[in-house]
Unconditional design. Structure first.
Lengths: 340, 340
DNA sequence: ATGAAAGCGCTAACAA
DNA sequence: TTGTTAGCGCTTTCAT
């Protein structure tokens, strides 16, 4: 038999379709003998229930969809893998969707919810928080992973992230501690994504606390890619008269692009310019020199995202914003400018 | 209205459900006026067809599933993204599934085909070719992406990959050209994955052609991770008496791990030990020094994989094994030992 | 504990 | 060109 249906199974097991349905759904009200008989037939014919029919009937599907925007880096890679594996342990089914940088992530979520009857959504990357009007219309729980939903006051949206401001501040604080005074910030478009702006504010705050005014010229805007970070840093080295002794990069990928630009200009990391990155991807530990970074607890972020989402799906919990701690990894990419 | 169905739309548009169905499926036999009217109502109510119902009815689903085993690297990341975006351009729907290193990828495919009625499968990573018996039972077209299915003689299985043997050989040839004689090979478990074995054979062949016998001691086994490659290389530097002047790593990730181990032992790349990697991920261009590598045409692999699969889904094509060319990227990680 | 039967939302004959 | 209708495979009342 090619693809047996529940009907066929019921025929061969000499029971009704409802009984077979009860067996495959582990209902308690089935005679043990009957259950065994049905199970045997299912096994014999290699029967697999048709998820489409099941979901059609049940209206909802226990699909959790994960919408990923911009997965150019291992940081997201790690998180996605972990999210998937955590979801699989439950009765839910992960559906990973990579969307283009130019696509609207909330629209994508909508589509999946309508089309596939997804029961929950995890957003990874992008800036769904800027699409509140559309987001509000989503009638299943959502979790922003690595991005804050604080202040959004949407009760279907929760978040698991770090304190971007504090994390960025700790990085700059460290640079100041090491005697740096002219610190460049390599980041994305401000306002564009919340976390980017917060990191920027953290950088400013650290400057203020150290009694140093941040020179706007030392902000280098770049996309979160190797090449764009390279380009940005290369340009300032070649053409700008604002000199700096350290760079705070808003991602490790950018930090690596920056480092390469420095090397290619015949300079050294950290002797000429120190660098600290952000995220804590594995590649930083294997770079030459080992890159300092602010490590996000990616495993924990993934785990909490899934837990929180499932909680929200199963009970009517209120929206929560979980903030996790970061860890400063010192590496060998920062020079101490203080006479010891 | 919460979630309008085709019925509701038909009611409000004052047409029958079949007409609505015709409109949403772009059938030609609909009066343009009627079509516009229906479209307007669909838009007004924000109607989205229920994919479950559609697939249930159609038995098949136009879902293409992509089974990814071990996505620890950007190489796969790039390919997945491209495969997704190519599939989206068609009428098919990508369903990405990451599976654990210990899970059986063919079983996973089976599940998706049965449960979701997937119409095609792309395998990325893992070693499905070792599971021919189970693979044979799959009744939808499959494509191995980056892995060869040559010699499998399963007519539902095609592949898009590079010539691993030739590619590895070209890397080692280049090392010989640069005057290296004692070349270490850093690779995975032989026999485990076809492509790994082929790369090994390519390495041997190059040695033979250059009249040099490959010293088995110079084969370092490692998983395809930074840390394991690091461990393997660190060990040989510290404890082995077999010295080498160059390493051929079977992946760029391994090459980076190897490089770091060399640096941490106070040696230099390329002055003490030269390195060439494999895959051609972006990180190699941004490493310090720029790493030599054998670049796989990842975009083309992704594109051809999708094209081939769809061809096989739509017409009854015979199984094909497409082999694409690689490019040797020279980088700065290889020292020339020849007196010039 | 089990069965009969009514749909879930959609497509695809077939009829008009 | 449009409408009517019979299922697709399953779950879930409601009887028994």
């Amino acid at each position: 038999m090619a693809k047996p249906t529940i009907k066929e199974i019921s025929k061969y097991a000499r029971v009704s379709v409802s009984t077979v349905s009860r067996v495959i759904n582990n209902m308690p009200d089935v005679n043990e003998e009957t259950r065994q008989k049905v199970l045997a037939v299912i096994d014999e014919f290699g029967y697999v229930p048709n998820a489409n029919a099941k979901n059609l009937k049940q209206i909802s599907s226990n699909i959790i969809c994960i919408i990923v925007k911009g997965m150019h880096n291992q940081f997201f890679g790690q998180i996605i893998e972990k999210i998937q594996s955590e979801i699989i342990k439950t009765k839910y089914i992960p559906l990973v969707n990579f969307i283009d940088e130019n696509d609207n992530e909330v629209d994508a979520a909508f589509r999946l919810i309508s089309e596939r009857k997804a029961v929950g959504v995890i957003f990874l990357g992008g800036s769904p928080s800027l699409k509140t009007d559309r987001l509000m219309e989503i009638d299943v729980p959502c979790v922003f992973s690595t991005m804050s939903a604080d202040g959004l006051s949407l009760n279907n949206v929760s978040s698991v992230c770090i304190d971007d401001k504090a994390a960025a501040k700790s990085a700059i604080d460290y640079l100041f501690e090491m005697g740096h005074k002219r610190i460049a910030v390599l980041g994305g478009q401000l306002m564009d994504r919340d976390s980017i702006y917060k990191r920027y504010v953290g950088a400013l705050e650290s400057h203020r606390e150290h009694g140093i005014e941040f020179n706007e010229e030392l902000f280098m805007q770049s996309k979160f890619t190797f090449e764009d970070a390279y380009r940005a840093v290369d340009k300032t080295i070649k053409y700008c008269n604002s000199r700096y002794t350290a760079i705070f990069a808003m991602s490790d990928i950018m930090a690596i692009g920056a480092a390469k630009a420095i090397f290619d200009n015949g300079l050294s990391v950290p002797d000429d310019i120190s660098i600290i990155g952000f995220d804590g991807i594995q590649a930083t530990s294997y770079y030459n020199p080992t890159l300092a970074t602010v490590k996000q607890p990616s495993g924990e972020i993934a785990l909490k995202s899934v837990e929180l989402l499932i909680q929200n799906i199963e009970s009517d919990m209120v929206s929560q914003n979980i903030v996790l701690g970061t860890e400063l990894i010192k590496g060998n990419s920062i020079n101490c400018l203080l006479a010891v």
